[in-house]
Design a binder for this molecule. Structure first.
Ligand SMILES: [Zn+2]
Length: 232
């Protein structure tokens, strides 16, 4: 269920489930699914993840990235996108693909093609609609910051922590691709290099921040267990 912070996400969710059964039946036959996501600290934009029936876990990662990881990013990293998000289309449709033939991580689309969103609807209110695709498996394999990623990896030696770190890393990558494409939508004249630099900065700052917090909590646990041993 989309966060309460976004009336638009609620309204779009209601619109999707109240459409005529025929439309939903055909969609279901075609294996199309939708999930709504809302940023916890802002009303707009709302995000619709359009995905294939077999990909609910991948879609959940995108929702988790928007609804939880965004707020875990440092304030400065989020503020760098404040103006861009303010000017973004109110409703962002993300077509979640597994891969892209061209090898890109994602693209913004000039036209909205996802059927339920390609025509204006009352449920969208004043919000304009923008569309992009994200190639999940490309993002998974993407070495965003090769040196930094490997250096951070070595900080989580134990199994479960390393696994959690990799999940977190993937979601920050997904967020960074989402922000990158929104940036292109808002400012098509800005050169790729500038857009890329901004999204890589967001990724880098978010990940370093996550590692610092995780390390602090880890050493705290170790310290506690040491002091307990000392008393016995
Ligand atoms: Zn780009």
């Amino acid at each position: 269920m989309p966060a309460d912070s976004s009336p638009l996400a609620q309204s779009v969710a209601e619109y999707l489930s109240s459409r005529p059964w025929m439309a939903r039946w055909l969609e279901s036959l075609a294996g199309r699914r939708y999930r709504l996501a809302a940023f916890p600290d802002r009303v707009l934009p709302a995000v619709v993840v359009a995905h294939r029936r077999g990909d609910p876990a991948r879609a959940r990662q995108v929702v988790h990235a928007v609804e939880q990881n965004w707020i875990e990013a440092p304030t400065g990293a989020r503020q760098a996108y404040e103006e861009i998000l303010q000017h973004a289309p109110g409703l962002i449709v993300v077509q979640l693909r597994r891969t892209n033939l061209c090898g890109c991580l994602g693209h913004r689309h000039v036209l909205v093609k996802e059927a339920p969103f390609s025509e204006p609807h009352d449920a969208f209110g004043d919000a304009t609609v923008g569309e992009m695709d994200i190639a999940f498996e490309r993002v998974e394999k993407w070495l965003a910051q090769p040196l930094m990623d490997t250096a951070l990896d070595t900080q989580f030696i134990a199994g479960s922590r390393l696994k959690e770190f990799h999940h977190q890393q993937l979601r920050f990558r997904l967020l960074s691709v989402l922000l990158h494409e929104i940036h292109h939508m808002v400012a098509p004249q800005v050169p790729e290099q500038v857009v890329r630099e901004a999204s890589l900065n967001f990724y880098r700052e978010s990940l370093v921040n996550y590692v610092n917090i995780a390390r602090a909590s880890l050493s705290l646990t170790i310290d506690r267990s040491f002091s307990r041993l000392g008393k016995e």
